[in-house]
Design a protein around this ligand. Structure first.
Ligand code: NI
Length: 166
């Protein structure tokens, strides 16, 4: 296992839709192990494969607090099949360091996909986990959380981020 470099905004690869995984082979197993290690090292609560430059529909999530038991989730080819309610909360991203914003997301989601061994899984989630699932599945579709902000907030972000990077 190794910690991989996290790709940062505004790199183009973050905007590209990732490819479906057709076989959970040893290459995918190694990718998943590296993603888990990279997420915990960051530290972050989720990571999508394209954040380390790999165009595959793979995400790892662990929203448990540090003193809690780990609740690691690995999802291959995940998709949201149902969502309901609304919740506003602060959100950030490992690919956009030092920036967070309050964002509206669905309160509950139902996600279908596969585990790391290719076994079908269905997951119902609420609150922070539901938010993380929506954030990571967005990543796999080439969408960043800043894309979901309103127009004025977006302009403000772009200016602020350009200044920060100088
Ligand atoms: Ni992110």
């Amino acid at each position: 296992m190794s910690v991989r470099k996290i790709i940062k905004y505004p790199e183009k690869v973050l905007r590209e839709k990732t490819l479906q995984v057709s076989d959970c082979d040893s290459e995918v197993q190694k990718l998943i192990d590296d993603m888990i290690e990279t997420m915990y090292a960051a530290p972050g609560v989720g990571l999508a494969a394209n954040q380390i430059g790999i165009s595959k529909q793979v995400t790892v999530i662990d929203v448990s607090a540090r003193d809690e038991k780990s609740s690691l989730i690995v999802l291959v080819n995940p998709e949201i099949v149902h969502s309901e309610g609304e919740m506003e909360a602060e959100e950030g991203c490992l690919s956009i360091p030092d920036y967070t914003t309050v964002l509206k997301r669905a309160l509950k989601v139902c996600v279908k996909g596969f585990d790391r061994h290719g076994k079908p899984v269905e997951l119902e989630a609420e609150g922070l986990l539901a938010r993380a699932l929506q954030h990571e599945i967005d990543h796999l579709n080439g969408i960043l959380f800043v894309d979901r902000m309103g127009r004025i907030k977006k302009e403000f972000f772009k200016k602020r981020y350009a200044r920060m990077k100088e």
